[in-house]
Design a protein around this ligand. Structure first.
Ligand SMILES: Nc1ncnc2c1ncn2[C@@H]1O[C@H](COP(=O)(O)OP(=O)(O)OP(=O)(O)O)[C@@H](O)[C@H]1O
Ligand SMILES: [Mg+2]
Length: 165
């Protein structure tokens, strides 16, 4: 189950991340994939703000993980770009993060293969060849029963501000 969208500017990215936020239960694992600068952190920021986080959302490139304790849920935002070995996740207590009742957002999950549990939802962000400066494509892949039901809901909701391709 997949669904592809065009995010024509950052506002569209925020609108879609906010829509997805409303569909996520307290516990889920999302992989955010795509090249440098594709918009993985921007999308994560939109999700966190839509879920009630008020402050800044910085990229956890150096810290590997940034925790957010919100009123109604726990969120862990990972960026594994600088991981040299998936085992490093063990040293930072990765098992606890991924077994917690939390929403885990993981940028660069490719670097954690072998350690990371399977995702519910995989988000693939890419530069839109038509307008790479402002526009991105997003493909949502449902990888679990939860992920598939979320993708199904997103794909039938025509109130999206982004265009369907
Ligand atoms: N439609 C769009 N959606 C999201 N970001 C956009 C869009 N158009 C332009 N941008 C810009 O693209 C950049 C995305 O940066 P961001 O840090 O989110 O990427 P990233 O995928 O997390 O990169 P990295 O792999 O380095 O972590 C930002 O500078 C943002 O302003
Ligand atoms: Mg990032």
């Amino acid at each position: 189950m997949s669904y592809r969208l065009i995010l024509s500017d950052e506002a569209a990215t925020q609108a879609v991340s906010a829509q997805l936020a409303q569909l996520l239960p307290g516990r889920a694992l999302l992989y955010l994939e795509g090249p440098l600068g594709a918009g993985k952190t921007t999308f994560s920021r939109g999700l966190l703000h839509a879920l009630g986080h008020k402050g800044a959302v910085k990229s956890p490139t150096y810290t590997l993980v940034e925790p957010y304790q919100l009123a109604t849920r726990q969120i862990y935002h990972f960026d594994l770009y600088r991981l040299t070995d998936p085992e490093e996740l063990e040293f930072i207590g990765g098992r606890d993060y991924f077994s917690a009742d939390a929403l885990c957002l993981v940028e660069w999950p490719e670097r954690g293969v072998g350690f990371l549990p399977p995702a519910d939802l995989q988000l693939q962000l890419d530069y839109d060849v038509e307008d790479p400066e402002h526009s991105r494509t997003l493909t949502l892949h449902g990888m679990s029963p939860l992920g598939r039901s979320i993708v199904a809901t997103m794909s039938v909701d025509k109130k999206l501000s982004a265009d369907e391709k």
